[in-house]
Design a protein around this ligand. Sequence first.
Ligand SMILES: [Zn+2]
Length: 85
Amino acid sequence: MKKTLLTIGLSLAFIQFINASNLTETQQKIAVSDTLKKDGIDPICKMKVKAGNTKTVVFEKKTYGFCSESCKKTFAADPKKYIKK
Ligand SMILES: [Zn+2]
């Protein structure tokens, strides 16, 4: 019985480890704030974002501007979900 619990515990730790490494990989692609060079569209709420905006996320060498910190956070949590290839 104890062995079973230990196995379950190890599996959970392993899953958490995988999740953590995925997160790190995503975060590495996101640089700290940059200034938006030209007018753009907030990928989350589709509002217009003006050049000079600093609520930005740089993802895969492209700068995305946001209307608010909450849109920025939503995007940063899962950028691929909101980018059309
Ligand atoms: Zn927005």
